[in-house]
Design a protein around this ligand. Structure first.
Ligand SMILES: [Fe+2]
Length: 103
């Protein structure tokens, strides 16, 4: 991982396996390996969570005052990877996916 990749790495925290249509918590965050700046000239503008092409959640952020962690509760009715995006105002879009099995 380069320093740029470490700062922008998107993490999806969620169970590996869930019950069909049972709500569960998901956390999406940025900069697990190296802290990303959070100042007017350089910050994470927004984060989004999808399952495949299906939109699930979005968080808009403002520099200095809000931190780039998005927590939400979702439920799934079929197995398809979760996909999270984070948009840095200087370095563009960063993406992560996570497979979740459905019981
Ligand atoms: Fe950045």
């Amino acid at each position: 991982m380069t320093a740029l990749e470490k700062k922008h790495a998107v993490i999806i925290e969620a169970p590996d396996e869930v019950e069909k249509n049972e709500p569960f918590e998901v956390e999406v965050r940025v900069g697990e390996y190296k802290e990303h700046p959070n100042e007017p000239g350089h910050f994470i503008e927004w984060m989004e969570l999808y399952q495949g092409d299906t939109f699930l959640a979005r968080l808009d952020l403002t520099p200095e005052k809000s931190h780039y962690v998005m927590k939400t509760t979702i439920k799934l009715d079929h197995a398809h990877p979760l996909k999270a995006w984070a948009k840095c105002n200087l370095h563009g879009l960063w993406e992560e996916t996570k497979e979740i099995k459905i019981k």
